[in-house]
Write a protein that binds this ligand. Structure first.
Ligand code: 26A
Length: 345
C-alpha cells in the first residue's frame, strides 16, 4: 500500500544562527526551549537574517519527522499536511520535501507568509522562537477535500506534531476519530513544555485518540506539573499518560520518553490486563566533537521510530531506528539527514 503514514504539523522555515548566551539573556530565552513569538521577540528575525552565520533550512517539527521517516521507509510512504504562504519560503520547503520523497499536501494561504522559526544555537543547545504566520491558518476542511481525504483513508498510521495543538485541534480530532473508527495507529508528540503547560485540555483530548505518545524529559516534567502529579520519575509520568482515557479500546497505548544521553523510557499500558510493560533502551551516543547541532534531534528520533512502527518492527527495534536517525541528524546542519543515504543495519 502506498503512503501508509500521514503527518500533520506546522511547516516552518528555520533561520538557524549561532548566538552568544548574552543574546538569549537579552530576550529572556532559555538555551533549550521552543516558544511562540511575542511582541518583544520581533527583532529576532531581522537580526537573524543579518547574522553572518544564518542558514535557511527546512524545519517545522512534524515535517522534519516526516522527512526522517521517509529517509528510512520505501518510496511513497509519507504524506505531510500543513499550511504555508505562496512565497519563496514555501518553495524551499516543498523542494526539501520533494528531495526527501515526502508528498506535501499544503494548504496555501493568500494573505499570510510562510511561518518561520529562529533556531538560536549556543553550543549543543537550541532555542526555537516561532512565528507561525500561515501555519496558524490550517483548517480541517483542507483534510476533508476529497483529493486529500483519499490519502487519509488510504493511510494506516497518523503522526501529529504536538505544536499543531495550538493551531487546529479540530483537524487533530478529525484524524483521531478516523483512526479510532478504523482501528488505525495514531501518534502524537508532546513537542515542547509549553504544550502540556498551556494547552492541557486540547492535549488531554488529543491523547484519547493516541496509541503512541512521544516526548522528552522536559515535556514529561511539564506534563506532570500541569496534571498535578507529585512525581518527577519519567517511568511514573509515562505510566500515567499511558493509562489516560482512550477512545479505541482495541489498541494498547505506548508512551516513549527520550532523555538526552540517558536511556529512552517506554511504557505500554494494556487495559485488557490492567498491566504495564516498562522498558529502557540505550541511546546511540555520539562523541561530543562530532555534534554539529541538536536542532531537530527529537524530530529525527520520532521519524526513525515512526519508520519502524509503520514497517511493523518491534518497539525495541523501532526505538533503535529513532536513536540511529537522531545520531545521523545531529551531525548535519539543522533538522537534516546525510546524503547519499545511509542505511540502517
Ligand atoms: C508552534 N511552534 C512553536 C512550532 C515550532 C516548530 N514546529 C512547529 N511548531 N517551534 C519550533 N519548531 C520546529 O522544531 C524543529 C526542531 O525540533 C523548528 O522549525 C525546528 O525545525
Amino acid at each position: 500500500m502506498s503512503f501508509p503514514l500521514v503527518a500533520l504539523g506546522n511547516p516552518l522555515l528555520d533561520l538557524q544562527v549561532d548566538v552568544e548566551p548574552s543574546y538569549l539573556e537579552k530576550y529572556s530565552l532559555k538555551a533549550n526551549d521552543a516558544i511562540l513569538i511575542e511582541e518583544k521577540h520581533l527583532p529576532i528575525f531581522k537580526e537573524s537574517l543579518e547574522n553572518p552565520t544564518v542558514k535557511s533550512i527546512a524545519g517545522g517539527a512534524a515535517q522534519n519527522a516526516a522527512r526522517g521517516a521517509q529517509y528510512i521507509l520505501p518510496e511513497n510512504s509519507v504524506v505531510y499536511f500543513g499550511s504555508v504562504g505562496k512565497d519563496d519560503y514555501s518553495k524551499l520547503l516543498l523542494e526539501a520535501n520533494q528531495q526527501a520523497g515526502v508528498k506535501s499536501l499544503y494548504q496555501f494561504q493568500d494573505s499570510y507568509e510562510t511561518g518561520k522559526c529562529a533556531a538560536l544555537i549556543t553550543g549543543h543547545n537550541r532555542s526555537l522562537v516561532t512565528d507561525l504566520a500561515a501555519a496558524n491558518h490550517f483548517t480541517p476542511d483542507h483534510l476533508q477535500n476529497p483529493e486529500n481525504w483519499e490519502f487519509v483513508q488510504n493511510a494506516k498510521f497518523f503522526y501529529i506534531g504536538g505544536f499543531h495543538l495550538t493551531v487546529s485541534p479540530d483537524a487533530i480530532y478529525l484524524l483521531g476519530q478516523h483512526a479510532a473508527d478504523e482501528n488505525k495507529d495514531f501518534s502524537l508528540n508532546l513537542s515542547a513544555p509549553f504544550i502540556p503547560e498551556f494547552f492541557k485540555d486540547v492535549l488531554d483530548k488529543s491523547i484519547t485518540f493516541a496509541n503512541y505518545v512521544i516526548g522528552n524529559e522536559t515535556e514529561a516534567a511539564a506534563y506532570a506539573k500541569s496534571h498535578g502529579l507529585e512525581t518527577q520519575d519519567l517511568k511514573e509520568i509515562a505510566k500515567y499518560i499511558a493509562k489516560e482515557p482512550k477512545v479505541n479500546s482495541q489498541k494498547d497505548r505506548t508512551v516513549i520518553i527520550t532523555h538526552g544521553l540517558e536511556p529512552t523510557v517506554a511504557v505500554t499500558y494494556s487495559s485488557e490486563s490492567d498491566s504495564f510493560v516498562i522498558n529502557e533502551y540505550p541511546v546511540h551516543a555520539l562523541e561530543s566533537s562530532k555534534i554539529q547541532d541538536t536542532n531537530g534531534a527529537g524530530d529525527a528520533f520520532a521519524g526513525g521510530l515512526l519508520a519502524g512502527l509503520v514497517a511493523g518492527d518491534s518497539l525495541e527495534s523501532s526505538i533503535d531506528k529513532g536513536q540511529w536517525l537522531a545520531k545521523l541528524s545531529i551531525q548535519e546542519v539543522g533538522p537534516s539527514f546525510p546524503y547519499p543515504k545511509q542505511s540502517y543495519a
